[in-house]
Unconditional design. Sequence first.
Length: 490
Amino acid sequence: MHALRPLLRKSLFNLVAATLACAALLAPRAASAEALLLIEADSGKVLQADNATIPWYPASVTKIMTAYVTLKAVKDGRLTLDTLLTVSPTAASQSPSKMGFRPGTQLTVDNALKMMMVKSANDMAVVLAEGVGGSVDGFSAMMNDTARKLGMTQTSYVNPNGLPADGQITSARDLGILARSFLRDLPEYEYFVHIPAIRFGKRTTGNFNKLIGRYPGADGFKTGFICASGYNLVASASRNGRRLIAVVLGANSGTARAVKAAQLLERGFSQDNLSWLRPSLGTVDNLVPVDASPPNLRDEMCGPNRKRPASDDDDALIAANGGTSGSATGGEAQVTFFTAGLQPPLMKASELMASAPTAAEPVLVYTGPTRTGTALIAAVAADADQQTVAKPRGKKSRVAKKPDAADKPKDGNKDGNKDAGAKTAAAKPGAKQGDAKSDGKTAAKPAGTKHAAAKPDASAKPAATGDQAPKPVKPKAVTKPAATKPANNS
């Protein structure tokens, strides 16, 4: 027996070494799947952390920092919520999701913040950045300075909206720190992170954070998506005087990230009586960063195997799959949720996220200076009138463009934080809310002229732009551009 002991020790050592080697090989793949974090808002205590310090592309959760820097400027008296900002050509040129206002349009800091946080409007993020920091680069420097002061050691910013950029990096750890800082430093402005819906003119947009109005106690924060990052969500909820923050990065759908966040929050709220059994994970600030490159989930999220181009607005895909998306329901057999009021019957997470949100009056947003009473009603009506006038242009452009595959959105737009409404915005560039009345008339004339010009020659097709009447063309002009497929966005 004594002779066998060295052999047993050696075998055990080899087994442990092999296990560690396998874990090392599998670690990068596990890290690229998703990152999860659950913390207490008040103390920063970590309740769960999986890949929480792996660098990640933030996508539109970047806008939490944009809102933080803007509202700190308001709190410090450098501007007010009523300060008028102007849409620049740079802001107007941003990829969807966006409001689509024309350069020169003015609106208040308050309305720009609401549009940015609820609709995830990329153009409004740039409007705020230029208004507070003078330029996108100037504001990005302010964002990075703020991140350093807050202890976000894994974060760097190059733009205020999270559109694809190699230098735009964060981690679940840093996002947890940011969310805690927002609640601690700006309690009087936290309503910006849990507005259920906004109404601009005739158009109502619900918050893309599916927990708002569905998960009991949900009270923040922000979603995000680009192909490289997957579906991201920072979420918070309060129950019995206790507030938790959940971070989900790299989920495979908008519903999956909401389900995972709800699962994290529910486990956290139910752990009070068993906390003494679990080893302490410390506080979020003390989580050790991992020195690595962020995983790129482009092929998984936007590759040819997807049923349709991925975006934050995946409700149609969810409905087609019977109320779930991908692995959104994975592991939920052990976790069920009380319905509103925390009373039976219990629901599964996917059922909760698929249910209709609690009815809530959308917050009115509008262009121009701050208004109240009858002036506000008139402003909302004026924005609605512009939408009505712009509508025919969108219809005619859509008909004229249909034959030409070159008009499909390039990958830069598809990969550009397309929160809800992005697909519509890309398909109908003329139907923006900010278009003036003259645009509708101008668009109607070329569309009709083009139809008339094409009639004698059935081989002549509309030009890719669809907005100008071409001269009669010879058959050789029908040749389509070489770029018939969306270009890859690095």
